[in-house]
Design a protein around this ligand. Structure first.
Ligand SMILES: Nc1ccn([C@@H]2O[C@H](COP(=O)(O)OP(=O)(O)OP(=O)(O)O)[C@@H](O)[C@H]2O)c(=O)n1
Ligand SMILES: C[C@](O)(CO)[C@H](O)COP(=O)(O)O
Length: 237
C-alpha cells in the first residue's frame, strides 16, 4: 500500500510552430490578454496550491522561453518533438529521475490560456480517486455533420449523444501515461494523451470543463480568448 500523499505535476507541451495561426512566430508566445499565451497556462498552475511543480516542454533551440518563464515553480525541458505526442513523451522521459510511478501528471496545452485554478481543482478533485485518470471536456451541443468525399461529397449527420470535445489538462499517473505513449504505434494518430490510454483498453473519466478553456488555433480564436481572459471569473463552472 503506498502511503505517500498524492503529488500533482503539470506538463505543458509548448514546442509547436502554430502553423494554423499563421503568425510571425510560434503562437504560444503571442501576446494575449497582455502576456504571452504560454504564460497564462504557467500562471494558472503556479497559482494552484495543488500543483507541486510545472514543466514546460519546448524545442531544443527555442530562443524565447527563457525570457518569459518565471524564476520559481517552473522547469524548462528542451526536448520538444515533431508532434505533440512526441513532445509529451520526451518530457515524461526527461522526468524519470524526478517523478514517482504514482505521481499524477496534468498535461495541458500551452495553446489553452483560459485555464484557471478552479478548473484545475475541479479536475483533480473529480479524478484523483479514479483508477485510470481523466480529462476536461465539453459535451457537443451542435448538430454534427460528417463530410465524405470533399466539397460535393456526401454529408451525413453524426448522432451527438455521448459526444464530447476534449480539452486539457488531461490527468494520468506518471507510469500509466509513459506506458501508453510508449505503446502508441502511430504518433500521428495520437492527438491527445487520453487516446493513448484508451488504446490500452482503459476509459478515462470525462470532467466538464469550460468554453473559456478553448484552444487558440486559428487567428479568429485570439479575440475570443481575450474576451474570456477579460472576464475575471467564469460565469459558470
Ligand atoms: N510538435 C509539437 C506540436 C504541438 N505541441 C504543443 O501542443 C499543443 C497543442 O498543439 P496545437 O494547438 O496543434 O499547436 P501547434 O502544433 O503549434 O499548432 P499547428 O498544428 O497549427 O501547427 C500546443 O501547446 C503546442 O505548442 C508541442 O509541444 N509539440
Ligand atoms: C490535446 C487537444 O487539445 C485535445 O482536444 C487536441 O487534441 C490538440 O490538437 P492539436 O491539433 O495538437 O492542437
Amino acid at each position: 500500500m503506498n502511503s505517500q500523499a498524492p503529488r500533482y505535476f503539470a506538463l505543458i507541451p509548448a514546442a509547436g510552430v502554430g502553423a494554423r495561426m499563421a503568425a510571425s512566430g510560434p503562437k504560444q508566445y503571442l501576446k494575449i490578454g497582455g502576456k504571452p499565451m504560454l504564460r497564462h497556462a504557467i500562471d494558472a498552475f503556479l497559482f494552484s496550491e495543488l500543483i507541486a511543480h510545472t514543466y514546460v516542454v519546448v524545442s531544443a533551440d527555442d530562443p524565447i522561453i527563457d525570457s518569459i518563464v518565471p524564476s520559481h515553480g517552473v522547469t524548462v525541458l528542451r526536448c520538444g518533438g515533431a508532434t505533440r505526442m512526441e513532445s509529451v513523451r520526451n518530457g515524461l522521459a526527461a522526468l524519470a529521475p524526478t517523478l514517482r510511478e504514482n505521481d499524477w501528471v496534468l498535461v495541458h496545452d500551452a495553446a489553452r490560456p483560459g485555464l484557471d485554478e478552479a478548473l484545475i481543482e475541479k479536475l483533480i478533485t473529480t479524478t484523483g480517486e479514479h483508477p485510470v485518470g481523466g480529462l476536461l471536456a465539453l459535451p457537443v451541443v451542435d448538430t454534427v455533420k460528417r463530410s465524405i468525399g470533399g466539397e460535393l461529397g456526401t454529408l451525413s449527420t453524426v448522432a451527438r449523444e455521448g459526444l464530447w470535445l476534449a480539452q486539457t489538462p488531461q490527468m494520468f499517473r506518471y507510469k500509466l501515461l509513459r506506458e501508453a505513449l510508449s505503446a502508441a504505434r502511430d504518433p500521428n494518430q495520437i492527438t491527445d494523451d487520453a487516446s493513448a490510454v484508451e488504446a490500452l483498453g482503459l476509459s478515462p473519466k470525462l470532467v466538464e470543463g469550460h468554453p473559456r478553456n478553448m484552444k487558440v488555433t486559428l487567428p479568429s480564436d485570439v479575440r475570443i480568448a481575450e474576451m474570456y481572459l477579460a472576464t475575471a471569473q467564469p460565469e459558470l463552472l
